[in-house]
Design a protein around this ligand. Structure first.
Ligand code: CP
Ligand code: NVA
Length: 313
């Protein structure tokens, strides 16, 4: 049994398989073809933080694949009344086939997984957001990768530059893990005090990222420019000081102008126009944020299929 708790839980070759399955599954969806390999399977979704995309993509995806969904939050379950996470894992995993959790500390999802009888997926923690990077990479591949007989050519990622402008947060950490596994480089620019910590990111090679003081320099020559909210969920008490600290970390037309002429812009959403990104950029021609959001569903369907059924064919 496999869990998916962080990006480095899978190898490059598993990603090649997953992205190909996501491509096929998306094609079927677009053609209105019924594809229900998860009939009679149940997904439990546990949300200790808010969500729009993660909830809709997992829930719609599971129903489309023939399964059903149980939705739990801290407020409406015993999780909010201090039932130990280990006990919750033991109980929930006796009744469902797969679990998705959005929570605070990564250690919490690890404790759940250690006591679960079924696969567990990270739907965002303070440290990581692997399902989002799956969708981001699928979106990049759709736009830039040749499709061979065995699927997208992941070698097209090798040597590419992803500019990360903003907080050294869960998204940034996950980009670093993806860079280490798939062979691209992340140019990271954060305000001081908000740097990425390679120990928290869990990477072992320092050549998969480069740090820039100036966000404009991080964007120079980048093939993909990406950012995220200045204040992630769980850090709301720091909002006022973050508004000041991040003022120069807004992805605008000037930053996009120094990137590759065909650079893509991505944002995991929700976005704050005028803070981490200008309206001109997120609503402009280089932005692929709506495909990126939709791809959450297609790639997570491939992920659930893989965790529950293994490789198809
Ligand atoms: N990108 C993302 O995870 O969005 P939600 O918080 O809406 O799920
Ligand atoms: N970094 C953000 C991502 C939201 C999808 C957060 O953790 O709130």
């Amino acid at each position: 049994m496999k869990h998916y708790l962080q990006f480095k839980d899978f190898r490059a070759e598993e990603y090649a398989y997953l992205f190909e399955r996501a491509r096929v599954i998306k094609q079927r969806f677009k053609n209105y073809e019924r594809y229900q390999p998860l009939t009679d399977r149940t997904l439990a979704m546990i949300f200790e933080k808010a969500s729009t995309r993660t909830r809709v993509s997992f829930e719609a995806g599971m129903y489309q694949m023939g399964g059903s969904v149980v939705h739990l939050t801290t407020g409406d379950s015993q999780l909010g009344r201090a039932e130990p996470i280990e006990d919750s894992a033991r109980v929930i995993s006796r009744m469902v086939d797969i679990v998705m959790i959005r929570t605070f500390e990564q250690t919490k999802i690890e404790r759940f997984a250690a006591h679960s009888r079924v696969p567990v997926i990270n739907g965002l923690t303070n440290e990581f957001h692997p399902c989002q990077i799956l969708a981001d990479l699928l979106t990049y591949l759709e736009n830039r990768a040749p499709v061979h007989a065995r699927g997208y050519d992941l070698d097209c990622l090798k040597g590419k530059v992803v500019a990360w402008v903003g907080d050294g947060n869960n998204m940034a950490n996950t980009w670093l893990q993806a860079a280490e596994i798939l062979g691209f480089t992340v140019h990271v620019s954060t305000p001081s005090g908000y740097e990425v910590d390679p120990k928290v990111a869990g990477i072992s090679r320092s050549d998969c990222y480069k740090v820039f003081k100036d966000p404009l320099e991080a964007c120079r020559g980048a093939h993909l420019v990406t950012t995220d909210v200045w204040t992630s969920m769980g850090y709301e008490a720091e909002n006022a000081e973050r508004l000041k600290a991040f003022a120069d970390w807004c992805v605008d037309a000037e930053m996009m102008a120094v990137a590759q002429p065909d650079a893509l812009f991505m944002h995991c959403l929700p976005a704050h126009r005028g803070e981490e990104v200008s309206a001109e950029v997120i609503d402009g021609p280089q932005s692929v944020v709506w495909d990126e959001a939709e791809n959450r569903m297609h790639v997570q369907k491939a992920l659930m299929e893989y965790l529950l059924l293994g490789r198809i064919g």
